[in-house]
Design a protein around this ligand. Structure first.
Ligand SMILES: Cc1ncc(COP(=O)(O)O)c(C=O)c1O
Length: 394
């Protein structure tokens, strides 16, 4: 253990199985540890550093805004928050947005918005249907919507949450009744092992929701903000949710989350119904403006899409027939390689070889690199993954 790991071990809650290195700085798609070793970052802080590290537009936004004002409180509008709200809504075709600080705040906020809307329309105490194997955050309400594994030791769970199987429309129909207020789905499950909601499933859920005045909430905390080559991953299904939640990449590493909704839903929320001290502060807002401008400029998204397709093809060619590779899936730069065995040793072997990825759902190697990743970077990840699987399991 180095001196930082010792301090961390001694003073921080023992919540994380940390990697055996201490990161110090980053540049583009590379990071360096405190011993000066360079790594290719194929994880981007779990889909957060969307523009890589030390991006000039992000640094400029921080340097320009920090001396002017970092925090104003929500008693005041600020130019940055007002401009970001317009930019976000115009970019996403949502009508109104609320900014918070994290993904869990966004998904929990979405539950509040949905319940308030249904309450105002005469459906009190409504249920929220979420998907098995999903992840929406670590607060009490968001763990109630997620995998049972994260609930252990934290009971009682709040009432009003019901589970359905992803991509099983009949199971979903069987769970819907007159108490159902909203259905929340990750368009692509991230922590659940990069599991994609089928395009037809999303379309069908949309029409069921419309038919029964149930709100469709899409959780795009991990898969949104350009990651799939679309601003939001659901765009591929040509649908519009009633509420969308996002966070992670929205401010390229600066903490921010957002809940956006269509007009009739957003207008159910009135002064005093919800709030946050830090959310939508001028510094975070300035960084989010810079991020969204980069991601929506030129052929940024088209390149993410093209590189994502290249990535899947390359993985299939190089390791598709490996007996320990069960499945390769993903969209854009959100990729999961499911192994027939524990993926943790493989990820640690990759780290030895100076490529950062992560193991999720026990058997999946998850790769969510910065969106600026190049084909050369992809080649390197595939090569190192191939070698690592071979060295660990063959
Ligand atoms: C889909 C999804 N929703 C919500 C969250 C929670 O976000 P946060 O950790 O910022 O609270 C995550 C985090 O991984 C996520 O992947």
């Amino acid at each position: 253990m180095n001196k930082y790991q010792k301090l961390d071990y001694e003073y921080h809650f023992p919540l994380y199985n940390r990697y055996p290195i201490t990161l110090e700085r980053g540049e583009g798609s590379n990071v360096w540890d405190t011993d000066g070793n360079k790594y290719l970052d194929a994880l981007s802080g779990i889909a957060v550093n969307s523009l890589g590290h030390n991006h000039p537009s992000i640094i400029k936004a921080i340097v320009d805004q920090a001396p002017k004002m970092m925090h104003a409180s929500n008693f005041f509008s600020t130019p940055q928050l007002a401009e970001l709200s317009e930019l976000f809504c115009k970019t996403t075709n949502m009508d109104k947005v609320f900014f918070c600080n994290s993904g869990a705040e966004a998904t929990e906020g979405a539950v509040k918005v949905a319940r308030k809307y249904q309450y105002k329309n005469g459906k009190e105490n409504c249920d929220i249907i979420s998907m098995e194997n999903s992840f929406h955050g670590r607060t009490i309400a968001t763990i109630a919507m997620g995998k049972e594994k994260y609930q252990e030791g934290f009971h009682p769970m709040p009432n009003g949450f019901v589970k359905a199987k992803l991509n099983d429309i009949e199971d979903l129909r069987s769970k819907i009744n007159n108490k159902t207020g909203a259905i929340i789905i990750e368009t692509i499950q991230g922590e659940g092992g990069v599991q994609l909601a089928d395009i037809n499933y999303l379309k069908e859920v949309r029409s069921i929701c419309t038919e029964h005045d149930i709100l469709l909430i899409l959780d795009e905390v991990q898969c949104g903000i350009g990651r799939t080559g679309f601003f939001f991953a659901y765009e591929i299904a040509d649908i519009r949710p009633d509420i969308v939640c996002t966070a992670k990449g929205i401010a390229a590493g600066f903490p921010m989350g957002a809940v956006a909704a269509i007009e009739k839903v957003a207008s159910a929320m009135q002064p005093g119904n919800h709030g946050t001290t830090f959310g939508g502060g001028p510094l975070a807002s300035a960084v989010a403006i810079a991020t969204i401008n980069e991601i929506t400029s030129g052929n940024f998204l088209a390149t993410v899409k093209e590189n994502g397709e290249y990535f899947l093809k390359k993985l299939n060619t190089e390791i598709g027939s490996n007996p320990f590779v069960k499945n390769i899936r993903g969209r854009g730069l959100m990729v999961g390689v499911e192994l027939s065995k524990d993926s943790k040793p493989v990820v640690l072997k990759m780290l030895d070889k100076k490529v950062i990825a992560n193991s999720t759902s026990d058997v999946v190697v998850r790769i969510v690199p910065p969106l600026i990743f190049t084909k050369n970077d992809i080649d390197k990840v595939v090569e190192v993954l191939k070698q690592s699987i071979n060295e660990i399991y063959n």
